[in-house]
Design a protein around this ligand. Structure first.
Ligand SMILES: NC(=O)c1ccc[n+]([C@@H]2O[C@H](COP(=O)([O-])OP(=O)(O)OC[C@H]3O[C@@H](n4cnc5c(N)ncnc54)[C@H](O)[C@@H]3O)[C@@H](O)[C@H]2O)c1
Ligand SMILES: [Zn+2]
Length: 374
């Protein structure tokens, strides 16, 4: 192991009682051992991954971590695994393999493995350290940052969980080479979200470099990941537990979550539902005179250009609205919308009549901007 390793400048997350770096660099996976050394030296390490990620990248990670002793725990891929039963199995495996208070869990996968790994780490022996190596774009720009962990219940998504921060996050854009294109696009909508809520330069970059980004060029993806992760890190650092500031991250999510629920999580990937949600919020903002028409057009055009996204199909707007009122982000029965004011600035608005929301959704269904994509 070399000393004096030249590490790329990390992005820092600082929350009360915890501070950790996010390193983002092409090729980072092969140097994971060096980067993790300060956290894992002399400690037992347990890798949690899903079988798809492990098939593609397991060998390279194992090589990078050698000779550090590691045990590998694999789960089947997919959102259905994100449940308490799987966490129990993970905890049991940890116990059987001799995990102690000083052991470290490495979550190596997308948001499912990250959320579940973080949750398992937060409750096993009342909390062991964990680190994240996110392998989807969504996880690299969003879910691996900020310490929200959890699992789903039959009654809804992410209903059981904790706030529990990792010790370090390593993001390697090269890992996205094996990611299905649809997953890549879905993650890019979260990057567009970051651009609209707080980064006009990222917005321009996404608009100007769409071809490279969609082709999966690692240099372009690295820029997008860095800017998006920096924005999320900043927001989380100012507001760890979803007070008013962290709620800006929900731009596109009020309608997005409702749409996912109304279609039983089968029709859309999360980012795709958020794309529809951002279009709805943009229209809402344009109608309530908070957003100039040219700005609205720029946003709609950028979102549209990163499609295709499945249509809303036959799902009635009333059904989508009904799910909005049961979302856990509703406070005291009042639905909050994050609405753009211009590229890089959003505001939180409450009390928009459901009828207005429903008619915007109906209009979006009729005009479907994604129909014109490609
Ligand atoms: N904690 C948070 O703040 C937060 C934020 C947003 C989303 N989430 C959660 O994240 C989850 C979604 O995460 P996701 O979109 O990463 O899904 P995911 O983890 O299910 O990964 C998507 C698919 O891609 C595969 N995959 C992962 N990396 C790959 C790679 N490099 N190459 C090939 N295939 C790969 C996986 O096996 C899986 O089949 C949801 O459960 C959501 O609730 C959490
Ligand atoms: Zn999201």
């Amino acid at each position: 192991m070399t000393k004096n390793v030249q590490h790329a400048d990390p992005i820092l997350v600082k929350v009360p009682g915890a501070s950790y770096p996010i390193f983002i660099q092409n090729g980072l996976l092969s140097k994971a051992g060096e980067y993790l050394q300060p956290v894992v030296a002399g400690r037992k390490m347990f890798i949690l991954s899903d079988s798809t990620v492990w098939k593609f990248w397991g060998k390279e990670l194992s090589r990078a971590l050698a000779p550090h002793p590691c045990s590998v725990l694999l789960v089947a891929p997919g959102e259905r695994q994100k449940q308490l039963g799987t966490v129990e199995k993970i905890a049991l495996q940890l116990a059987l393999h001799g995990a102690e208070r000083s052991s470290v869990l490495l979550a190596f996968g997308g948001g499912v493995v990250g959320d579940m790994g973080g949750f398992a780490a937060s409750v096993y022996l009342r909390g062991i350290d964990y680190v994240q190596i996110p392998t989807t774009l969504l996880a690299q720009v969003d879910s691996a940052i900020g310490g929200k962990t959890g699992v789903n219940l039959a009654a809804g998504k992410n209903l059981v969980g904790t706030f529990y921060q990792p010790k370090i996050v390593l993001s390697d854009p090269r890992l996205l080479r094996t990611l299905p294109e649809r997953e890549l696009r879905a993650g890019l909508f979260e990057a567009i979200k970051c651009a609209v809520i707080g980064d006009p330069d990222l917005f321009e970059y996404l608009a100007q470099n769409r071809r490279e980004i969609l082709k999966g060029k690692t240099a372009a993806l690295e820029q997008v990941i860095r800017a998006s992760a920096a924005l999320k890190a900043l927001v989380v650092s100012k507001d760890e537990k979803e007070g008013d500031l962290r709620r800006v991250l929900n731009f596109g999510h009020t309608v997005g979550h409702a749409l996912e629920a109304a279609t039983r999580y089968r029709r859309f990937l999360h980012g795709e539902a958020v794309a529809w949600g951002m279009l709805a919020a943009t229209r809402m903002a344009a109608q309530t005179d908070g957003l100039a028409p040219q700005e609205a057009d720029r946003m709609v055009e950028l979102i549209r250009s990163y499609g295709p996204v499945p249509s809303m199909g036959k799902t009635p707007a009333s059904e989508i609205c009904r799910h909005m009122t049961v979302d856990k982000k509703v406070r005291d029965g009042v639905i909050h919308f994050v609405l753009p004011r211009r590229v890089g600035e959003v505001t939180i608005v409450k009390g928009i009549p459901q009828q207005r929301v429903a008619s915007i959704i109906e209009e979006l269904k009729r005009t479907d901007p994604f129909r014109q994509t490609q």
